[in-house]
Design a protein around this ligand. Structure first.
Ligand code: G3H
Ligand code: 13P
Ligand code: ZN
Length: 309
């Protein structure tokens, strides 16, 4: 099975009322855990690489690990740049074999976001690569950028329509109340489904992307707290809200924090219970299994894309 773009995946997901999971990858165990889960339940997959992951693990290492996972699983996999912030970074990923890139110009004024996104779209499309844009600002932390709640802004549906038309992007990330990281809501979780509905009404069939979509699974938060961590007040997006979004225009759901929590909680527990162990395989193995089980749960119970590969 070759590396694919997300075009077919999104078309089927939109029509079928489900979403594709886009999971952030940083090392071999994370890639193996995610892809083994997807293989078992025959789910299409987007593996996404942030600028930080690329800096940490190196572009070539990540490409080769993903290529190995594709050989092992025989699954359709899309390799996506997460939160690209410049034309140069997007170009490097396109030239380096990614099939999809995100250009995140959401930090720019509207006209500049249009200009930068269009520049990336023109280059990407000439190479058969698809592009995700972003309009509106999520609160939270990604790499060095910390967007405060005050700076966050919901996506304006009319602007979204104009943005898609003028840039030619293949999908659009929108802000409807989710945020990055493990602390998403101070009070009750609330998403602006009315905005999503209006975007869907204006652009029927067009795939929407939801960032900041980890549920911050309580089991792992408790485990981290129990074994010396402090994640008091951590809160994510309830699973039923994600299922509702997936049944609407949302075709891609981004998950990173839940992977980090599952991985780290398992390692903390293992090392606390086995203080004499120091072989990395002994604690990375269970962490990889935790990722696999968590991703399987997401695919079957949240995304609904099991059996769709
Ligand atoms: O949205 C951001 C992702 O969680 C990636 O995080 O930039 O720390 O790799 P990172
Ligand atoms: P989470 O922090 O909710 O996992 O969001 C990840 C994300 O949006 C990656 O782009
Ligand atoms: Zn994101």
């Amino acid at each position: 099975m070759p590396i694919v773009t997300s075009t077919e995946m999104f078309k089927k997901a939109y029509e079928g009322g489900y979403a594709i999971g886009a999971f952030n990858v940083n090392n071999m165990e994370i890639i193996q855990g995610i892809t083994e889960a997807a293989k078992e339940v025959r789910a299409p997959l987007i593996l996404q690489v942030s600028a930080g992951a690329r800096k940490y693990a190196n572009h070539t290492y990540l490409m080769k690990l993903i290529e190995a996972a594709i050989i092992e699983t025989d699954l359709p996999v899309c390799i996506h740049l997460d939160h690209g912030d410049s034309f140069e970074l997007c170009k490097a990923c396109i030239d380096g074999g990614f099939t999809s890139v995100m250009i995140d110009g959401s930090f720019l004024p509207f006209e500049e976001n249009v200009r930068l996104t269009k520049q990336v779209v023109d280059y990407a499309h000439s190479k058969g690569v698809v592009v995700e844009g972003e309009l509106g600002r999520l609160a939270g932390i990604e790499d060095d950028v910390n967007v405060s709640d005050q700076e966050a802004a919901f996506t304006d549906p009319a602007q979204a329509e104009e943005f898609v038309e003028r840039t030619g992007v293949d999908s659009l990330a929108i802000a409807i109340g989710t945020s990055h990281g493990a602390f998403k809501f101070k009070g009750e979780p609330r998403l602006r489904f009315d905005i999503l509905e209006e975007i869907q009404r204006r652009m029927p069939g067009f795939p929407i992307v939801l960032h900041g979509a980890s549920s911050v699974i309580p089991e792992y938060v408790e485990m981290i707290n129990q074994y010396g961590g402090d994640l008091a007040g951590a809160k994510g997006v309830p699973e039923e809200m994600l299922r509702k979004a997936a049944s609407m225009a949302v075709c891609k759901i981004n998950i990173d924090s839940d992977l980090r929590l599952a991985f780290t909680a398992t390692i903390r527990k293992y090392l606390a219970e086995n203080p004499g162990h120091f072989d990395p395989r002994q604690y990375l193995g269970p962490a990889r299994t935790a990722i696999k089980e968590m991703v399987k749960h997401k695919i079957i119970n949240v995304l609904g894309c099991d059996g769709k590969a």
